[in-house]
Design a protein around this ligand. Sequence first.
Ligand code: GLV
Ligand code: MN
Ligand code: MN
Length: 406
Amino acid sequence: MINAKRLLQRLDELSQIGRNHETGGINRFSFTKEEQQAIDLVTEYMKEAGMQVNVDGIGNIVGSYGDAQETVMLGSHIDTVPDGGKFDGALGVLAAIEVVQTLHEQQVPLHKKVEVTAFKDEEGTRFGFGLIGSRAMAGLLKPEQLQKTDAANIAIEEAARQFGLSPFPLEKLKREDIKAYLELHIEQGKVLEKEDLPVGVVTGIAAPLWLEVTVNGISEHAGATPMHIRHDALTAASEMILAVEQCFQKKDDSVGTVGKLQVEPNGVNVIPGKVTFTIDIRDIDEHTIREIEQEVEQQVNDIAARRHVTAAIVELQRAKPAKADESLQQQFAASIEKQGIRPYALVSGAGHDAMNIAAAAPVAMLFVRSKDGISHNPLEYSSDEDIVIAANVLYDTVLEISGKKD
Ligand code: GLV
Ligand code: MN
Ligand code: MN
């Protein structure tokens, strides 16, 4: 059994870093002072758990326990969305550390090395490009992607160098020795709550495609320009955003979101000359994502032509949907059953580092019930009881796949 008090205490302590006291939300973005404080704290926990801690060239924090050849990796992320909650990512890292600390304290003999990774920038908040650490570890990160910039025009590579990291050569970041990757994460949906279950086993992970649309019109005088000769970038963008929503009406499982919008010059008495907005498209099937992408493109181009503005679409990030490994799913299910709980399988609508690691190793995810399904919000909540059950399930599964049987 894991030490529940220690895990919950650490979760509280980590949640103080980057906390906005007005909203209650947490802001920890990659390569910032707040993220570094979180890294320092997590490093301390890893050491207390008996792990050796290493940082790779992109800033993944890896705690290692044992010296066997084969590795079972556990992990998640400690960065957040703007005004994020306290559980998304952080819980997975801290539960994993707790599992290792328990193995260490109980002196459990292992035939596999157990590692815990806090992946660099899962959320993509700062650079509009996320899952950076897990892309690197799976060998999926491309050199040109490190030139993506933040709002202040600082590239990922430069930001990494400012923190003393040297990402190149990227091949050095790739891991080939991972035999299994397990990630505990909050569900961020309402399925487990509806099923009245504390935990569930993930069968597959839907992947995000992020696009950025720039609409260019003409900034003119709001009083002196007649309505019928305007090139208003914002009214065009508004129609595009509604058309994007419409693209998802006939789809059962796909979801689409416009979450970020910028209007220029943003003056009360100026017709908007330039609008930039993002589109987040998700589905568990890559083919469906491509179909939707084409439909969205068509709509944007048609509306731009009709409204006498121009529109350019660029891809910010694309990830591949992933399936969880059958035998690891079964192992999670068996560990859940041992706790007297009905194993339940569900799909992840949210993206996770496991999605990328799936390109390098068999992966599985354990979900913890989220209250009202709320996430990416300061109100995000999972109960202490559910968290402890999940951490014990993870502990049992790690023991089953890494522990020596005699
Ligand atoms: C991460 O939380 C994502 O799914 O965007
Ligand atoms: Mn998230
Ligand atoms: Mn997450």
